[in-house]
Design a binder for this molecule. Structure first.
Ligand SMILES: [Zn+2]
Ligand SMILES: [Zn+2]
Length: 86
């Protein structure tokens, strides 16, 4: 009987931890969502699969493609504050 209880508690803990990990990974991916409709996109996508909104913009300084929503270029650290898409 004690063994059964132990197994049940272990399974419950496993699901609790698994659910928490899933939640964390979702929060980490929240920056990779379409600003227009919120649909998550994969690395390398340049257009939203749901609404065809542009997901990338070109850094005005180094010319590399960066995600919309980023405030700084991760390559040359140029700030995009106040830079609205056209
Ligand atoms: Zn979209
Ligand atoms: Zn740059």
């Amino acid at each position: 009987m004690i063994l059964l209880l132990f197994v049940v508690v272990t399974i419950l803990l496993y699901y609790l931890l698994a659910g928490r990990n899933q939640h964390q990974s979702l929060e980490e991916d929240s920056s990779k969502t379409c600003l227009n409709c919120g649909t998550p996109f994969m690395e390398g996508d340049s257009l939203c699969r749901a609404c065809k909104e542009s997901l990338k913009k070109q850094c005005s300084k180094c010319g590399r493609m960066v995600n919309y929503g980023w405030n700084y270029c991760p390559y040359c650290e140029t700030g995009f504050l106040g830079d609205r898409k056209t």
